[in-house]
Ligand binder design. Structure first.
Ligand code: ZN
Ligand code: ZN
Length: 419
């Protein structure tokens, strides 16, 4: 008997968590948070009821709650080396910013590190009657989909995945196995992404137009993956302007450069970083801004981070640009800016004069690639749709039922299904 217990990321983006229960063991697939004040955790899972945890990738909506399992227990967790290193950086930063609201501290993060098991793609792990391995998910450096075998049943957990290659990641491939159940993300189940080459060209054109008019472009981007991808795109198009990279870039960079599995082409990547000015502190930030043509800074949704400082300096100048390049969760500063053109500057809601644009550089599969992926799966698996806004989860589950004639469910938090 195998059961899937959906603990989080149900009908929403944030706090992914699924518990796989077999006769002998319980394997927890991720335990993320929904960032915010306070951060929101998935349903409660007792640490002593868990035999091990797998983290698909480092984003906090997949990894941020894992330290909870180290308050009184020491459970092994499994991830690629890059995921473990990046998770450490991101969770540390979350504790720094939110410690008042969190039920754990640096101590739990340290204990978690003692229990880490780095696994490469394709490396089999056996935990009592459950076997699992990771496959490249193409989402961010180190990201993996989890392939699970238990009691003769085969389960695929996609975490976040992308079937289109990007400048820094290889694409996720369609697995050849027959599955009994698939748990899939649906961030962009209702949305097609533009063709990447054209998007990159338009992006460069718009940046140059602003620079040529004496303006600066702020690119709010998440510190892991997205900012480095933006730098790689500028490099690939031989952008010659002065580029600032802010945030946890340096620490993240070290991980990427020290782990050949983390980025697709390490040499090109390190070349792309060579001409970039990495911010070293507040004084440097103020000085470097004067020279900058392009500033890449977190957070990607304009929810805190040093992008707020740059917004204050640039948003009211009509010669400047603010180019959003990530998914903007409804309610975030970035989403509100796109909808209303307004942004709080020095605690006052202001009309932003800079050119605001959204470039759809996604690291998630879009509508057609998601459908092609599901269509290509062998074995007519039951499909469980998570990690999307309410309508996206329901839309993809319905599509599975109508188009593929398979079981398609968008589970609610707390629901349990037998495979
Ligand atoms: Zn992600
Ligand atoms: Zn995610």
């Amino acid at each position: 008997m195998v059961k899937l217990s959906f603990m989080g990321g149900c009908h929403r983006v944030g706090g992914n968590a699924v518990l796989v229960k077999s006769d002998q063991a319980n394997l927890l697939l991720e335990y993320g948070v929904k960032p915010g004040t306070p951060p929101d955790f998935p349903g409660h899972v007792r640490a002593k009821d868990v035999d091990g945890i797998v983290i698909g990738h480092a984003h906090l909506d997949h990894s941020g709650g894992v330290p909870l399992f180290y308050l009184s227990e020491k459970k092994p967790y499994f991830a690629t080396r890059a995921t473990s290193e990046l998770t450490k950086i991101l969770v540390k930063d979350m504790i720094k910013l939110n410690s008042y609201y969190l039920p754990f501290e640096y101590l739990e993060l340290d204990k978690m590190q003692e229990c880490r098991n780095d696994i490469g793609y394709g490396q089999e792990v056996k935990m009592k009657d459950i076997e699992f391995s990771l496959m490249d998910a193409g989402h961010i450096p180190g990201s993996g989909m989890v392939d699970i075998s238990v009691n003769g049943k085969k389960i695929l957990y996609t975490s976040d995945f992308n079937t289109i290659p990007t400048r820094i990641c290889n694409n996720a491939r369609l697995p050849k196995k027959k599955y009994d159940a698939v748990i899939i993300e649906s961030t962009y189940a209702m949305h097609e992404h533009p063709e990447r080459k054209q998007l990159e060209e338009e992006f460069l054109r718009e940046i140059k137009a602003i620079n040529n008019n004496g303006g600066k472009v702020l690119i709010p981007a998440f510190a892991v993956g997205r900012s480095h991808e933006m730098i790689s795109i500028l490099h690939a198009h031989r952008f010659e302007g002065y580029v600032l990279l802010d945030g946890m870039a340096r620490a993240v960079n070290e991980v990427m450069l020290s782990d050949p599995d983390a980025v697709k082409t390490p040499q090109t990547y390190s070349k792309s970083m060579a001409g970039i000015h990495e911010i070293r502190g507040w004084r440097d930030r103020r000085q470097a801004l004067r020279k900058a043509d392009v500033i890449v800074a977190p957070s990607g949704m304009l929810q805190g981070g040093t992008a707020m400082f740059y917004m204050e300096k640039l948003a009211l100048g009509s010669e400047n640009g603010v180019f959003l390049v990530s998914f903007q969760v409804p309610g975030t500063g970035g989403a509100r800016l796109l909808e209303t053109g307004l942004f709080p500057i020095r605690e006052k809601e202001e009309k932003v004069a800079a050119k605001v644009k959204h470039f759809d550089f996604s690291s998630h599969s879009g509508k057609t690639p998601l459908q092609q992926f599901l269509r290509g799966l062998k074995g007519k698996p039951d499909v469980y749709v998570v990690h999307g806004e309410e309508e996206s989860c329901d839309f993809l589950a319905e599509w599975v039922r109508d188009e593929l004639d398979m079981k398609g469910v968008a589970p609610n938090q707390g629901e349990e299904f037998t495979v």
